[in-house]
Design a protein around this ligand. Structure first.
Ligand SMILES: [Mn+2]
Length: 483
């Protein structure tokens, strides 16, 4: 079942006891964060703050913040189902060459079956149109999340842009800092597709048209956060997830098509060469990211439905709501990673390591040095290039069990022999790297070492009780009175 829009999703969440209404007028400045943080840290429900202090638009937060709600957002009982489905679709006739594999992805995923539908006329998101002097983005209940933040932020936006050369669409999620009634700072990090579109526009000395969308089917919100290969359209991927095309309408003041049933849309453009100080911002690393120069978004129109809801999230010290967006991605993209690196059995990107700081990977080891091959493959694969630490273990290790991982990892390595230090791009949010966006990574081969890898000693067996004794003790267990 696909959701018509964000409010439909909220209704279903409420029906299932997954959403709590708050009538107290919480202040979008810091107070909503403090409440949401406590709720997120204790596996609490989604919140609908009906009358945020000073605003008449309700704020919804933590709508993705549990395994159940993340799965509901994607219209399934559990997001593993999507991974299984993708696995099934990928099975037939997978070509051998890597480049063909990537090229065939849209076809394999039948993405072409779900192109967005362009609708003429107004969308629900255009019931109210404010253009020119009527534009005042400060009238929306944007959050100031943390005390040292540089200002108020849009935290759950879908940023629509088109490649100025090819016209290809991208939808990404980049935080946006409100500057005044019609300008905002666009946090286009250098590695992101939105930033690439802007670079191309700058080379051509042209402004780039932008639409910032709040709301719509949560499957599209998820798609905007997903590490899709650059050529794959998020709107089509959302169509695949929701099994129904996304309906789009044309914006009023820019040539960008947006989900017809979105809550709120900010239309505008970004000029070439224009920058403003953005930040600091309390980030998903649990630290503030420092202020830096970012492009300026000029808002030419605000459109919204008659009674919109404002979707928001907060990031900060993990675990937060985004942990579940990340876990869904870890599971959904595993079959696609296996398509490129088939020896991988499972991956765990622990929430506490903010996903890109640590990857624990189990492999079916087939040849000497195989663990190092897998590290290099991951460092060359999409957003996994940011992975600061990779630990490779054998396929009999449950990578989802961190106690087992620490036991195996620490016991199985001779650090000097088993580590591989390399260099490359680092997440822009990493505050420890030597410079912004560039630094080192380390991999550990924690697999069992082979003679063909120069291991001259005997590798010991893992301690296990004999099955007969286990069975015997099972039978007499009750008599021992230990339960
Ligand atoms: Mn993209």
């Amino acid at each position: 079942m696909a959701y018509r829009d964000f409010q439909h999703f909220l209704t279903v969440l409420e029906q299932q006891g997954e959403l709590k209404r708050i009538s107290y007028p919480l202040d979008p400045v810091l107070e909503i964060t403090e409440v949401a943080d406590r709720v997120m840290k204790s596996d609490g429900p989604a919140l609908l703050i009906e009358k945020p202090k000073g605003y008449d638009i309700p704020v919804a937060i933590n709508t993705f913040g549990s395994r159940k709600r993340m799965s509901m957002a994607l219209g399934v009982n559990d997001f593993e189902e999507i991974a299984r489905e993708i696995e099934e679709l990928l099975k037939p006739e997978i070509p051998e060459r890597l480049i063909e594999k990537i090229g065939m992805l849209p076809k394999l995923l039948r993405l072409a079956d779900m192109p967005p539908k362009k609708r003429s006329g107004d969308g629900l998101c255009q019931q109210v149109v404010l253009a020119g002097d009527e534009v005042d983005i400060e009238r929306l209940p944007h959050l100031k999340c943390w005390p040292l933040d540089g200002g108020r932020y849009i935290t759950l936006p879908l940023v629509f842009t088109h490649d100025p050369n090819t016209g290809k669409r991208n939808v990404g999620m980049y935080r946006i800092q409100i500057l005044d009634r019609n300008t905002a700072a666009m946090h286009w990090q250098m590695h992101k597709v939105g930033a690439e579109h802007y670079r191309i526009a700058e080379e051509k000395q042209q402004p780039i048209q932008v639409a910032v969308v709040l709301g719509g089917d949560p499957a599209l919100t998820y798609s905007a956060t997903a590490p899709l290969p650059p050529g794959i359209d998020e709107v089509m991927f959302a169509g695949f997830l929701r099994r129904q095309p996304v309906e789009l309408v044309r914006c009023k003041t820019v040539d960008v098509w947006v989900p017809a049933d979105a809550e709120i849309v900010l239309e505008g453009y970004v000029n070439p060469g224009e920058r403003v100080m953005e930040g600091p911002f309390g980030d998903h690393t649990g630290y503030y990211s420092l202020a830096d120069l970012y492009p300026v978004f000029h808002v030419t129109a605000i459109t919204h439905r008659k009674n919109p809801v404002y979707p928001a999230t907060i990031v900060g010290r993990p675990p937060m709501e985004d942990a579940w967006l990340g876990k869904a991605t870890e599971r959904i993209f595993l079959p696609l990673i296996k398509l490129m690196v088939p020896e991988i059995v499972d991956i765990n990107l622990p929430v506490e390591a903010c996903f890109h700081n640590l990857a624990i990977v189990s492999i079916k080891k087939r040849y000497p040095g195989h663990a190092f091959k897998v590290m290099n493959a991951l460092w060359g694969l999409g957003q996994l290039m940011f992975t600061k630490i990779i630990i490779v273990v054998d396929d009999d290790v449950n990578v989802q069990d961190m106690y087992e991982v620490i036991w195996r990892f620490t016991n199985n390595i001779d650090p000097e022999r088993d580590m591989l230090v390399t260099r490359g791009p680092i997440d822009v949010l990493d505050h420890a790297s030597r410079m912004l966006g560039y630094g080192s990574k380390i991999g550990f081969d924690a697999t069992r070492k082979w003679a063909s890898e120069g291991f001259t000693r005997e590798w010991p067996d893992v301690i296990q009780m004999s099955p007969e004794v286990k069975q015997r003790i099972d039978q007499i267990w009750q008599q021992l009175g230990l339960d």
